[in-house]
Design a binder for this molecule. Sequence first.
Ligand code: BGC
Length: 735
Amino acid sequence: MTSISQLTLAEKAALTSGSDTWHTQAAGDVVPALTLSDGPHGMRRQVKSAGDALGLNNSLPATCFPPAVALGSSWDPELAHRVGAALAREASAQGVDVVLGPGVNIKRSPLCGRNFEYFSEDPHLTGVMGAAVVTGIQSLGVGACVKHFAVNNQETDRMRVSAEVDEQTLREIYLPAFERVIRDARPYTVMCSYNRINGEYASQHRWLLTDLLRGEWGFDGLVMSDWGAVNDRVAALAAGLDLEMPPTGTDAEIVEAVRAGRLAESVVELAGERLLKLARRVENRRRFDGWDVAAHHEIAREAARAGAVLLKNDGGVLPLAPGRRVAVLGELARTPRYQGSGSSHVVPTRLDNALDALGAAIEVSFAPGYRLDGHPDEELAARAVEVAAAADVAVLFLGLPDAAESEGFDRTTIDLPAAQVELLRRVAEAGPEVVVVLSNGGVVSVSEWQECASAVLEGWLLGQAGGSALADLLLGTHSPSGRLTETIPLRLADVPSHLYFPGADGRVVYGEGRYVGYRHYDTLGTEVAYPFGHGLTYTRFDYSGLETRETGENEWSVELTVTNAGERFAHEVVQLYVAFEAERPVRPRRELRGFAKIGLNPGESERVRFTLTGADLAQWSVSRGGWAIDAGPFAVEVGASSRDIRLRAELSSPGDGYAGPLTGMSTLGEWLAHPVGGRVLKELLSQGTGLPDFERADPALLGLALGVPLIKFRTFGIGLSAEIVDRLVSAVEQG
Ligand code: BGC
């Protein structure tokens, strides 16, 4: 027997649910059982009977690569691809067919407890990085699983909450990263999210799982549930969810629904076919007995170096100059926090810490300074201040403890623990120059304390080699090259979703719409602590020679030269934005549309090239139910962050030529702007119908009139009748 259709109904139904926490159901010699395992930044392969989706039980040791917060900050898809391939090798060695990741949800609020697992507040960057991880994983034939589809941007009430989000915001912010991954990287599987979207559970959202995902985007793989996300097996299958994970033992509901005519057997069969297709796809995955633990640790170290972001470096205190007396302070230097909690928790193969790594290279003194559980400890603090006083430079490791952020709950503050901030003040007063190194999965506020530090190195959660990677950067064997993928606001209250997050009463309204992250701050010109895209290096880059060329209709090439004008090798992340200026905001002020990470030696230059197309200018039009490109001016901005634009060119788009239907309810302004409507209306006016000549009218009157639906002029006693409007409408219809 080789086909699903030959199975009994009960056997087919059984295929639509797992056999246990980490395995799919087998069906005789037709479909083999497949092994699934977390997670996005390292394998969490649990062995028998210890299966859980919460990271409670141990798993086999595996390389803990930097979580997405840090990998994303590398802005380096090639590196993400290599990390993906290394993950796949470990997956394969552990008998895993599908890796449950990456997660490509948007960071809507810095409070989301799972931000460490996501790449960015920006959909373009998220999509590019997510696609790179997927192609990396699948390059060895192991399946990837892009998650959590969709609009899963908080942990509070995640299994029930309804994300209330308008269509334009969905299309422009919360769906594009998924779309890019599906179209560019063709993942074998997708995992639906727990939450509801505008009232409907993602697991039974037909538009999402079928019309959009398969119909529009061409997804041809298998959709599985998040662990426990299915509420109604029959509704889920009918909506396009192929596999419930883990099993709830409710296969009989499906059999019953088919027998009662509530569910077509073909739907059950199709889900089985998709499982079989997945099995065939992963059947040829490359087999490995193990992996080179040291080599993978090196990849983790490279990725960690690439992900740390140097926020400030006054007076060039970093890299640490030889001969200076260095104090390393803070428990986090010795006991690193290098990954987040929950289903992505990895048991590492090794673990570096910054204290040992620094101590191996230079002489350092050390004091832990504070307790990780946040309890004040005067003795520890006083000792650290003493050690600081005897040093030229104090490298103080601060950050969030495990208990502060995790999958499953959101933070309520972005502040560092008070005892740590207090210690920083005292250390600064003791006299040394202060370098702060941060460890945190979600953004922490720097405004209250950063004046106490000459340098701040944002180390996020950097995986198992984070400690040595940080030492590489502090000592200057490598230059920092990470860039912020999310804005650090001055205050939590400045965050655009602040009034709405995380909602109440089962709903969270996405009231800020598409103004997420820098789209909000840059549109309003709000001051921020550090902008999207920001990050310093140990060198300086010059931008010059911007050239734009129209290469087709709504297509432009953009070129510029970047030169390393400093003294050291480093990487620059060149960012391309499209920008729209208007008297009042009609769309986000600027949006990232491209980036390139390039490594340059001192004095070296490189020509960087981008292509812009109409899709980069398009906005979602609700009335058209599609993407729309407005005719008119826009600018190309190239820079080192969203607030550090170095080069700019003004361009103009002819638009997409769309001239929508006109009706009597279209305004005078819409009529005049319409290529045919404008003409026929002007013809009518020139025939002396008694209508006023709007174009010569007093500006205030014209301003008023432009917004009035044409048919309404009928009642204004100016000679426009319903018949005339009808005639105009049919003239437009005939072109
Ligand atoms: C998480 C998923 C994870 C799954 C299996 C869920 O709680 O949301 O990201 O893949 O558990 O551990």
